[in-house]
Design a protein around this ligand. Structure first.
Ligand code: ZN
Length: 184
């Protein structure tokens, strides 16, 4: 069974720091988690990430303080008490459970190379990947190419861009569109 997933991450050219992960299995199960351990200051220093990724994360604001991040135009703080926000160790267990309870799991993502690294590093180096977790992720982009499709031909995502769960759901939409084209 296919699992469609997406990750958001901070990419500084040397490391991939997981921000959030969303997963959708073909049987309808879904998982969404935000890391409580990514480098928030680094994210806040990146205007693209603040505008596109931070905006859908659970945040909170201090009331009546002069905290710079809590100005009306400021980004606020990651809400570490929100139920979606978890430690990397917790996310690793949730993701492993999700994958290992899926019969014959296949991992699928869109431009999947970085997503696979962000996922696999939940367990540390490659050699620590638990048994039963796929060692690679299939790429919806490759499947589209093989089906003779270009990005222009693919279904468009209405909203929720760069929310990992919304993007994972759209990955499923794109994959099923490719299925419909290739089974014609
Ligand atoms: Zn504050």
């Amino acid at each position: 069974m296919r699992i469609f997933y997406d990750t958001e991450f901070i990419d500084d050219g040397r490391t991939i720091d997981l921000i959030s992960i969303g997963m959708v299995a073909e049987d309808g199960r879904e998982l969404y988690a935000v890391s409580g351990e990514f480098n928030v200051q680094k994210l806040k220093a990146n205007p693209w990430l603040v505008e596109n990724v931070w905006s859908s994360l659970p945040t909170r604001r201090h009331e009546g303080t002069r905290c710079a991040d809590c100005r009306p135009s400021g980004p606020g703080h990651l809400d570490l008490n929100h139920p979606d926000v978890r430690s990397r160790a917790q996310i690793a267990r949730l993701v492993a459970d999700f994958i290992l309870t899926t019969p014959d799991p296949q991992l699928w993502a869109y431009y999947s190379a970085y997503d696979h690294v962000a996922l696999a590093q939940l367990w540390g180096p490659m050699i620590n990947l638990p048994a039963g977790i796929p060692m690679q992720s299939d790429d919806i982009v490759t499947a589209a190419k093989l089906a003779g499709l270009t990005p222009r031909n693919m279904p468009k995502q209405a909203d929720g861009h760069h929310n990992a769960l919304a993007d994972a759901r759209h990955n499923r939409v794109m994959a099923e569109y490719i299925d419909s084209v290739t089974s014609r």
